[in-house]
Design a protein around this ligand. Sequence first.
Ligand code: IYT
Length: 376
Amino acid sequence: MPDAVATHVDDYLCTSYEMDSDNPTYITAFNPAATSKDAHHILLYGCTEPGSHQKIWNCGEMAYSNDSSKKSYETGPTCASGATIIYAWALDADKTELPKDVAFKVGVSTPIKYLVLQVHYANIDKFKAGQSDRSGLILTTSPVPLSKRAGVLLLATDGAIAPYSLGNLYVTPKRAGIFLLVTGGHIEPKTEEVFEVACEIKDDIVMHPFAFRTHAHKLGLVNSGYRIRGEGDDQEWTEIGRRSPQLPQMFYPIQSDVPIKQGDYVAAACTMFNYQSHPVRIGATGNDEMCNFYMMYWVDGDKILEDGFCTSSGPPQYYFGYDRNLNVDKIPENAFRIPPPPNGPAPGEPLQGDHHMTMQHKTNPRKRQNRFKYIF
Ligand code: IYT
């Protein structure tokens, strides 16, 4: 941040960086230059157009409220177009390196023409004491898609290699992409609800998910993501990630390789409990909800998904059971349960959300059965 000054608790401030328009940039690591004392969390967005051309602007969800006392910086969205989150940091997390040979490609010939840094300030004591903030991220980048192994390749061309076997030695770069599953919908008061979304992968690529991020607001209990392969009784639902959105919402590594290819489905479910006496809709403010499952993946070569979004209208218009391609009997038992640590809270641990979050949650099997009736 170029010496930002937050004036209110929960200010979200943004600053943008234009990417080189002649050559692509390859990002291989994110190194935080921040502490949780100053920044509650940091998100790095790729944008086609930034939300403002000011050096710093106010880009929080609440930036659109009528509170005129908040207007120390101009307000605007994070991105004016083409938004995608490519990194998230919170709670003094260490640096994140992408897997070997994997890079995000940004700049020319990609939709990411700008990177926008968004910092959420939850504590403004240092600003009251007259200081400013320079929290941010130091990116490890390269102008070429190949890592060190490319250099080895060039040196190795001399010697005992048959001329036509060169192609075998060539190390294909791996490009990172983001796939975001999002629902609409609403949840009735004093009710448990599951927000569900699923899409078929139509592109002729093989994606290897390597990190996931869950996002919901205070009603979220657990978000889970799956690869769905096969049909009918032979259908398999394989977990990609499952985590309580009440824990810090960063990207977490996926331990096992779950390759996703053309014809597979990718699905996400967000289980929520509305303990309040009014209904809550999916929407942009802190009083609304969100059901998001982000999947960071790599592919061999340069071709990532054409469209990195999968959306559904959510409850009550959409449930998995309304899609005849999905066999809901194959959903893993634990899909709607809060996982144990590290992806769920430790028993008795206080969380930023609400009191009920600390309890292990069980779904009502009768209710789910009703919801999963097929509609043809
Ligand atoms: C309505 C909703 O769920 N919004 C989400 C997901 C979202 C992210 C991006 C939707 C769009 C985007 O371009 I990037 I359209 C949402 O806003 N998620 C929050 C952020 O505040 C971005 C998050 O932290 O994931």
